[in-house]
Ligand binder design. Structure first.
Ligand code: GLA
Length: 366
C-alpha cells in the first residue's frame, strides 16, 4: 500500500505587536513547535470527509460547494478552506482528510489557523494549485472572516504559513499587501527560554469583545481622518474626545513603537530591552486596550516575580496564554510560582512549557 501524503502547519505565539494587524501596524509572531498534521487523499466525487484523531475520534462530511453555516465545530475550519478556495475561483475535487494536532484548542495559540493552513496547503498541492504562502494565508484569513465569522486580522495565518525554524516573523501590515521578513531568534544561545503559560481560562465573550475592539479602532481612525489607526501621529490621543477611543489609540501608537524597538532588541540580542518591551506591552493591553483578564495578569506578574526578563499575554486576549522570557535555570522556579498563585486563587492548574521558533506549513516526509 502506498503511504498517504501528509502536510503540517504550526500554531503560533505572538512575541509582540498585539491587535496591530487589523490596524495596519507591525507584528512579530513566531510559528511554534506544536502543529496540526493532515493526511490527504483526493476523491473522484465532490464529497469531503474529515476525521480528527485529536480529542477522541470524530468524523464530519460536507460537499465541496459547502456554504457558511453548513458545518459547525472543529470541521468548520476545514470546510471554510474549501469554501475560500472555491470563492477564489479554484475547481477542487472531494477529499478524505485525517487531522491530528498537538496545538491546544482555546489556548490562544492559533489552533484554527493551523488547521486552515495545513488543509489549504494539502488541498492546493494535490489539486495542482500553486499559491504563494502569503496568498494562501490571506485566503485562510478570508475563510476565518467570512465563513467562520471571526473578524480577525491575518497575523495568525501568516505566521503559520511563513514561519522559519530559529526565527521570528516580522510582518508589516502598513502596506496594502503585508510584507514578511524573518528575524533570527537567538535567545536559546544565550541560555534563555521562551515559556508559554496556558492559563486554561477561555472566556466566552472573546469573539464579541474582539470585534468590539476592532470597531473602536475603526471609529478612532475615522475621527482622526486616517485609514488605519497604526498611522496615527503622536498628537492623535489629544485630538480625540472619547475616553475609550483615546485609550485604544494610545495602545496602538505605543505598541507600534514597542514592536519596532523589540525587533531592534531581538536583532542585537539585547534581552533586557526585549523583555522590558514585552512587559510594557502587557501593561498597555491590560490598561489601555482592556483585553487581559485576572488569570493572564497573574501569570505575567508571577513570572516577573520569579525573575523573567519580560512577560505578556499573547494573542487576542480575554484568556488563553501568556509568554515569558526566562533564564533556562529559572524555568522550574517560574513554573512553581505561577502554579502556586493560581492554586491560591483556586483556578485550574496552568500549564507551562518551552516553545521554539519553528518552520511554517509544509509537506512532510512519509
Ligand atoms: C487574534 C487574531 C489576530 C490578531 C490577534 C491580536 O489572534 O486572530 O488576527 O488580531 O488576535 O493581535
Amino acid at each position: 500500500m502506498t503511504e498517504v501524503p501528509q502536510w503540517q502547519a504550526p500554531g503560533r505565539v505572538n512575541l509582540i505587536g498585539e491587535h496591530l494587524d487589523y490596524n495596519g501596524g507591525p507584528v512579530l509572531p513566531m510559528a511554534i513547535n506544536r502543529r496540526t498534521t493532515v493526511k490527504a487523499r483526493q476523491r473522484d466525487d465532490d464529497l469531503v470527509r474529515v476525521w480528527t484523531t485529536h480529542d477522541g475520534n470524530q468524523r464530519a462530511e460536507f460537499r465541496t460547494d459547502v456554504a457558511p453555516h453548513d458545518v459547525s465545530g472543529w470541521a468548520s475550519y476545514a470546510a471554510a478552506m474549501f469554501w475560500a478556495l472555491a470563492q477564489d475561483g479554484h475547481q477542487i475535487d472531494g477529499f478524505d482528510l485525517v487531522l491530528d494536532s498537538d496545538v491546544p484548542a482555546g489556548a490562544g495559540l492559533s489552533s484554527s489557523a493551523a488547521i486552515e493552513c495545513a488543509i489549504g496547503l494539502a488541498v492546493c498541492d494535490l489539486s495542482g494549485i500553486t499559491l504563494d504562502p502569503i496568498d494562501l494565508a490571506l485566503l485562510a484569513q478570508r475563510a476565518e472572516n467570512d465563513f467562520i465569522g471571526v473578524p480577525s486580522g491575518a497575523m495568525d495565518q501568516l505566521a503559520s504559513m511563513c514561519g522559519k525554524a530559529g526565527h521570528a516573523v516580522f510582518i508589516d501590515f502598513g502596506t496594502e499587501r503585508p510584507t514578511v521578513r524573518e528575524v533570527e531568534a537567538t535567545w536559546a544561545q544565550d541560555d534563555l527560554a521562551l515559556l508559554v503559560i496556558d492559563t486554561k481560562a477561555h472566556h466566552a465573550l472573546a469573539d464579541g469583545e474582539y470585534a468590539a475592539r476592532r470597531t473602536e479602532c475603526e471609529e478612532a481612525a475615522k475621527e482622526l481622518g486616517i485609514e488605519r489607526l497604526a498611522k496615527a501621529g503622536p498628537d492623535a490621543v489629544l485630538r480625540l474626545e472619547d475616553e475609550t477611543l483615546k485609550k485604544r489609540t494610545r495602545h496602538v501608537i505605543t505598541e507600534t513603537a514597542r514592536t519596532r524597538g523589540a525587533i531592534r532588541a531581538l536583532s542585537t540580542r539585547n534581552w533586557t530591552q526585549f523583555g522590558a518591551m514585552l512587559t510594557a506591552s502587557h501593561a498597555s493591553l491590560r490598561d489601555d486596550f482592556d483585553v487581559s483578564c485576572p488569570e493572564l495578569d497573574v501569570a505575567v506578574s508571577a513570572s516577573l516575580e520569579a525573575g523573567a526578563l519580560g512577560a505578556r499575554m499573547t494573542g487576542g486576549g480575554f484568556g488563553g496564554s501568556a509568554i515569558a522570557l526566562v533564564a533556562r535555570d529559572g524555568i522550574a522556579g517560574l513554573r512553581e510560582r505561577v502554579e502556586a498563585q493560581f492554586s491560591a486563587h483556586q483556578w485550574t492548574r496552568p500549564e507551562a512549557w518551552v516553545v521554539e521558533p519553528a518552520a511554517g506549513a509544509s509537506t512532510m516526509d512519509v
